[in-house]
Design a protein around this ligand. Structure first.
Ligand code: UD1
Length: 334
């Protein structure tokens, strides 16, 4: 039997796809989620896709006793930690809630891990830690910074985990810096389904495509990019999920701390994504050019050498497959 993996935030977008990949690969999975930005039905969809069962706890990471109980009741070999609040704009309005939820929640998790001798963790970080001053492509040893409370929580949790390792070299930590996850599982059963009006480009375009929002607002067409709109490194969520499995294998075999980019290394503009999505859904979608969004940078894409070198991992999917899989989920679920 393979190891038992605790997935925090396993009902969420990236967490659910990673849970599928773990179950498909024969790991035992325990999911903990508080459904703050996800739905309980996702759990049944994971069972449906994989034909496998797993334990689930509805619990908040802020509740140390509740989290400790999960470790008491299961022999957890490693943790993949996704749970956290992730809306940039909301984090500016509610900094205390963001710091408390993301930082304190992570500290409680680490405390429970320490108490139970579990010292292997894969953490869901973000390309947001490269801040606004680094040149592209982003390389893992560049200085980190942030422009908003959400971003700072990622920078800080990375630092906390580095310090935990310094205090005890038996720890094994992977800090995965995701670029822009989009797409959905091929089954169309799980995908990105945020509560309320989406902040991110793909779910927003999806809401326009199904007629729930009138148009896409393109935030700026005067960036120094090929078509003037922002360029990002969009990555299929299933590629991300497979990247987590590689990171997990790595932490199970090596001690230390490694930050690793998970991206494709290629940039696509807002118009590239919009037009690719239009091909997928077979219709033109209305849009309007709006002013730049505060805090946005012109171009963001990954240097992917380290993931290749350390994990033997690279992204497989192209933009058109990402938008086609995204639409397949959206048309059935939005
Ligand atoms: C955003 C966050 C980032 C976070 C990531 C999580 C900001 C500034 N950054 O990344 O910290 O890790 O989400 O998923 O919020 N766009 C539009 N119209 C829209 C939405 C987006 O034109 O309605 C454009 C943006 O200006 C950007 C691109 O689409 O150029 C991607 O935006 P988005 O999906 O929000 O991701 P990021 O901003 O890259």
């Amino acid at each position: 039997m393979k190891e038992t993996i605790l997935v925090t935030g396993g009902a969420g977008f990236i967490g659910s796809h990673t849970a599928v990949e773990l179950l498909d690969s024969g790991y035992s999975v325990v999911i903990v989620d508080n459904f703050s930005n996800s739905k309980p039905e996702v759990l049944d969809k994971i069972r449906q896709i994989t034909g496998k069962d797993f334990k689930f706890y509805e619990e908040d990471l802020l509740n140390l006793d509740g989290i400790s109980k999960i470790f008491d009741e299961n022999k957890i070999d490693a943790v993949i930690h996704f749970a956290g609040l992730k809306a940039v704009g909301e984090s500016v309005e509610k900094p205390v809630e963001y710091y408390h939820n993301n930082i304190t929640g992570s500290l409680m998790l680490i405390k429970a891990m320490k108490k139970h001798g579990c010292k292997k963790i894969v953490f869901s970080s973000s390309a947001t830690v490269y801040g606004v001053n680094n040149p592209v492509p982003f390389v893992e040893d560049m200085p980190t910074s942030a422009t908003n409370p959400y971003g700072y929580t990622k920078v800080m949790i990375e630092q906390i985990l580095r310090d935990v390792y310094v205090s005890d070299n038996e720890w094994s930590v992977s800090l995965l810096r995701y670029f822009n996850p989009i797409g959905a599982h091929k089954s169309g059963l799980i995908g990105e389904d945020p509560n309320g009006i989406p902040n991110n480009l793909l779910p927003y375009i999806g809401k326009v495509a199904v007629g729930q929002l009138p148009q896409l607002n393109v935030f700026g067409d005067d960036y120094v990019t090929p078509d003037g709109t922002g360029v990002r490194d969009y990555i299929h969520v299933c590629d991300l999920a497979s990247g987590h499995l590689c990171a997990l294998k790595y932490v199970l075999e090596h001690n230390g701390v490694e930050a690793v980019n998970l991206g494709t290394g290629k940039g696509s503009s807002v118009f590239d994504v919009l037009h690719s999505f239009e091909k997928a859904c077979g219709k033109e979608l209305p849009y309007e050019i709006k002013p730049r969004r505060a805090g946005d940078i012109a171009t963001c894409y990954a240097n992917t050498d380290k993931a290749k070198r350390l994990f033997g991992w690279e992204a497989k999917y192209f933009l058109d497959e990402m938008t086609a899989d995204g639409w397949n989920f959206i048309k059935n679920n939005f």
